[in-house]
Design a protein. Structure first.
Length: 205
């Protein structure tokens, strides 16, 4: 299993081959602890639940759930796996599960941008300013149709923008510091600084 939870620290640059500057996002990844192992016999599928961070004031239910692992995580996440191997509750996972050059998917909660109109949220075009254009050029145009004469469900409209689960795929690991649990991913990842992100490595066959 090649999945870690971490905290987004921000962006910086590193010097790559031939002196080329590489923009990277630094992530404080792990250590993560296995808090539960699910099997086909007990749960109907195979998965591993991992915990990250140091939680405070855990509910009795959560505290009892993670007691066997010996940690009090702030964040819990379940990861589906095909082969459990020798994974057991209490195992630690560090940044060394990845190597420089690995391809990863990074998931997180995107930055919340508040209420946004259709131009900013959905890249709508403005209305014309001349030749009969009237009023606000950024307002929504026709949202219905000749048939079925109603607004279709899911039609792009103004609304809250951001704050959603977002995944950026096929990023490259450009830097690893196992001692300090740091991973540098080439490019940008979702979310603000100090946001929790999930790093999923591509399984090699």
């Amino acid at each position: 299993m090649r999945t870690l939870l971490g905290t987004k620290l921000g962006m910086t640059q590193i010097i790559g081959e031939n002196g080329v500057m590489i923009p990277v996002t630094l992530i404080s990844a792990g250590p993560c602890t296995v808090t539960q192992v699910k099997t086909v016999e007990s749960d109907g599928y195979t998965a591993v639940q991992i915990g990250y961070g140091e939680g405070k004031n855990l509910s009795n239910a959560v505290a009892g759930h993670v007691k066997e692992s010996g940690v009090t995580p702030k964040t819990l996440r379940e990861v589906r796996v095909e082969d459990l191997g020798e994974i057991k509750v209490g195992d630690k996972m560090l940044a060394d599960v990845f190597s420089v050059g690995d391809s990863v998917d990074v998931s997180g909660i995107s930055k919340g941008k508040g209420w946004a109109g259709t131009i900013k949220r959905w890249n709508f075009k403005r209305h014309r300013k001349t030749h009969g254009g009237k009023g606000n050029t950024r307002k929504v145009g026709s949202i219905g149709s000749m048939y079925p004469q109603k607004v279709m469900k899911g039609h792009p409209m103004a609304g809250q923008m951001g704050g959603e689960n977002t995944t950026v795929k096929n990023l490259t690991v450009a830097y690893i510091d196992v001692e300090n649990n740091l991973i540098g991913v080439k490019g940008a990842v979702p979310g603000p600084k100090k946001g929790i992100v999930e790093i999923n490595g591509k399984e090699t066959k």
